[in-house]
Design a protein around this ligand. Structure first.
Ligand code: ZN
Length: 340
């Protein structure tokens, strides 16, 4: 199947009450891990690349790796999504490169750091929606600010500061009405990166209740949870056992994500868990067999470790088993849908 607009996947997820992991990639091995996991679990796929990934791997390499995935797995629906576009121009270059979905993150200014005004967010998001919908592509917006920084993107808020920038449900309703976004990333106290919570999160710091409130007001908008790696203890332990120094940290428990899925969450961004899995596997090879120097000797186990994380999330979020049930929808059909 050719790469399809993300909205097609999210609509199917909403109709059938499941969520889809949106997995970040920077290189061939990560794309292979995701596609193998999707193949084994019959999962629809959202692969996303940040600005950092695009500059690390170069758009041309990324584009052709994604086309290779679509060619190798013609039966699996795949959306290729831009994570955290910082400006309309960034979104438009992604579209030019073949992305089928873009995130316009107008919650921050173009520097990707300074929290932006609400009016700026509405205007810039609407500008992207106007262009993307005319060609049948999907747009995700963001309202509120998450904690942390990843890939140079983020306001760098601490956990407490992030709690002061939660998404306001009433404003969310107005934002979606004014911009026409397909999906909305919400701030509920999570952070990007590995260091999200200093202990297992309770409702005091992880505000799942905000999601429930937003979903009540916007039952037809696909909600997105960012910074939603679970940061499993065993992945931290492997890294530290083989010479790493990851400070004890806690992520978003899978049960909380599943609760979100019951309340309109359709896309869940997971990056850190895959990074941890890759690093742990590579450290293990280096520590146990220091004589090895063929990159394949450590990239193969790295790829296998990431695949296991992807499979576990695909099963937990309920997307497993759904790939073959999704009918391909052409961009033309989506254009007609938006022009109604
Ligand atoms: Zn994010």
């Amino acid at each position: 199947m050719a790469l399809i607009p993300m909205r097609v996947l999210l609509d199917h997820a909403a109709e059938n009450n499941y969520g889809v992991a949106a997995l970040n990639v920077n290189n061939m091995e990560q794309i292979q891990s995701i596609m193998e996991a999707a193949e084994e679990t019959e999962s629809p796929v959202i692969i996303q690349a940040s600005r950092g990934a695009r500059s690390y791997s170069n758009d041309n390499y990324l584009k052709h790796l994604m086309l290779a995935a679509a060619e190798l797995y013609p039966h699996l629906p795949i959306a290729m999504h831009l994570d955290h576009g910082n400006s309309a121009a960034t979104c438009f270059t992604a579209i030019e490169q073949g992305f089928t979905s873009v995130m316009m993150d107008g919650s921050l200014e173009e520097d990707g750091k300074t929290p932006a005004s609400y009016e700026y967010n509405v205007a810039v998001t609407k500008e992207v929606v106007n262009v993307a919908h005319k060609i049948g592509l999907t747009v995700e917006g963001e309202l509120g600010c998450l904690g942390g920084i990843e890939d140079g993107h983020g306001a760098g808020l601490t956990g407490d500061e992030a709690l002061a920038h939660l998404t306001d449900p009433k404003q969310a309703e107005e934002f979606v009405k004014r911009t026409g976004v397909d999906a909305l990333a919400v701030a509920i106290g999570t952070s990007h990166g590995a260091y999200k919570f200093t202990k297992k999160p309770t409702g005091e710091v992880l505000k799942m209740s905000v999601i429930e409130e937003i979903h009540k007001r916007l039952p037809n908008t696909h909600l997105v949870m960012h910074g939603s790696s679970s940061v499993p203890q065993e992945l931290q332990d492997i890294i530290n056992k083989y010479g790493g120094e990851i400070k004890q940290t806690y992520g978003v428990p899978v049960e909380e994500i599943q609760r979100g899925i019951k309340h309109g969450v359709r896309k869940i961004n997971v990056d850190t868990d895959n990074r941890l899995a890759i690093t742990g596997a590579i450290r293990k090879v280096f520590a146990e067999t220091p004589t090895k120097f063929d990159p394949r000797d450590y990239l193969k186990p790295a790829r296998a470790a990431m695949k296991e994380v992807c499979k576990a999330r695909m099963i937990a979020f309920g997307q497993a088993g759904n790939a073959l049930k999704i009918k391909p929808v052409t961009k033309r059909k989506m254009i007609d849908f938006y022009s109604k």
